[in-house]
Design a protein around this ligand. Structure first.
Ligand SMILES: CC(C)(COP(=O)(O)OP(=O)(O)OC[C@H]1O[C@@H](n2cnc3c(N)ncnc32)[C@H](O)[C@@H]1OP(=O)(O)O)[C@@H](O)C(=O)NCCC(=O)NCCS
Length: 161
């Protein structure tokens, strides 16, 4: 499958039902449509969806002053490992640069190898650990806090779809 920038668009509060469906397929504790609606009705949140016939994945962030936090990010299992997640996060890098943000940070479960690899390859570094941060079906899990400093000439901006 080829990943095309034409399939990425800005998320809207009108997508809330679809986002909740996708989120449920990706996380044990998927968020409700109402949560997405409330979030996306606020100016500090922003995001992008990857959509062909329907939404295959999305990313939502929050911008406060010059810092961006990735709030949630997921791709439906059957569409993973094709570059959709990478394309979405690079779109966030571009957005963050356009808003003159100086850094992006996020939390990721310590044992989430796929997400951590993707972030590391895009220049994110571990800056902290939060013990027993997530409650999951398998028990409590630690979170790793990762951060990427943004530079306008960062190659991930140029490479972004
Ligand atoms: C994280 C996620 C959004 C990535 O989406 P994606 O479309 O698969 O992303 P991409 O195809 O662009 O990249 C996948 C990367 O994971 C890596 N990967 C996949 N499975 C892996 C594994 N078991 N171990 C290590 N790396 C793995 C791939 O090598 C690839 O990295 P690279 O392209 O930099 O080499 C997706 O896995 C997902 O939705 N996971 C569940 C929800 C989640 O964990 N969200 C993030 C919370 S912080």
């Amino acid at each position: 499958m080829s990943i095309s920038s034409e399939n990425i668009r800005i998320v809207s509060a009108k997508d809330s039902e679809s986002l909740a469906e996708v989120h449920k397929k990706c996380f044990d504790d998927g968020w409700s449509a109402e949560s997405f609606f409330n979030m996306l009705s606020s100016d500090v949140f922003f995001g992008f969806v990857y959509e062909k016939s329907s939404i295959d994945g999305f990313i939502i962030g929050k911008i406060v002053c010059d810092e961006v936090e990735i709030i949630t990010f997921c791709v439906i299992p059957q569409f993973r490992n094709q570059g959709i997640g990478g394309a979405l996060i690079k779109r966030v890098h571009n957005y963050a640069a356009s808003r003159s943000a100086s850094k992006i940070f996020l939390e990721v479960a310590e044992d989430n190898a796929a997400a951590r690899k993707l972030y590391e390859n895009l220049g994110y570094k571990k800056i902290a650990e939060r013990k027993e941060y997530y409650n999951t079906k398998e028990g409590q899990k630690n979170a790793t806090v990762m951060e990427k400093a943004l530079r306008k000439d960062d190659q991930t901006f140029a490479a972004a779809l």
